[in-house]
Design a protein around this ligand. Structure first.
Ligand code: CA2
Length: 142
């Protein structure tokens, strides 16, 4: 099982700011991902709360033996949540960070991710396709 974690405001995907984030809802995109990875159980968790995201990372890292990796879009928490960074650093699972937009082409405060350094890899600017690319890597590791 691989879990996709989406952070704050990503529940609004496809509903607001389509010029930045597109017109597809994450639920619709998730259906296509599950079709593209039929032999991978893809769990989805979205929260607007930092502590809930941390609790879920702990659950996956310490209490979910079937979990083999995490794809996380921490949303704006990527830019300042040392608590989420500490949670990621505390677990053994491979974690890939994804940002839909190119954070380096946006506001200065979005250029830095404090969570990316504790992840195996970070993808940004590929739109929703970033999640598929991250899953491809996680499901093909030796
Ligand atoms: O590009 C990304 O994936 C971000 O993580 C999205 C975050 C933003 O704060 C990061 O800097 C980059 C914001 C998510 C907001 O998502 C919305 C989606 C639709 C409508 C409004 C917000």
């Amino acid at each position: 099982m691989i879990c996709i974690i989406n952070g704050p405001n990503l529940n609004l995907l496809g509903k607001r700011q389509p010029e930045i984030y597109g017109t597809t809802t994450f639920e619709d995109y998730l259906s296509s991902l599950r079709e593209a990875f039929p032999s991978t159980d893809i769990e989805y968790f979205q929260s607007n709360c930092e502590g809930e995201i941390i609790d879920h990372i702990h659950r996956l890292g310490y209490q979910t033996p079937g979990c083999t990796g995490i794809v996380i879009n921490p949303g704006a928490y990527a830019h300042y949540s040392y608590a989420i960074a500490d949670a990621i650093a505390s677990i053994q699972l491979p974690v890939v960070e994804v940002h839909i937009s190119n954070i380096h082409a946006r506001d200065e405060f979005r250029h830095k991710s404090v969570t990316a350094p504790v992840c195996k890899a970070m993808l940004c600017g590929f739109g929703l396709d970033g999640y598929r690319l991250a899953l491809t890597w996680l499901t093909n590791r030796p």
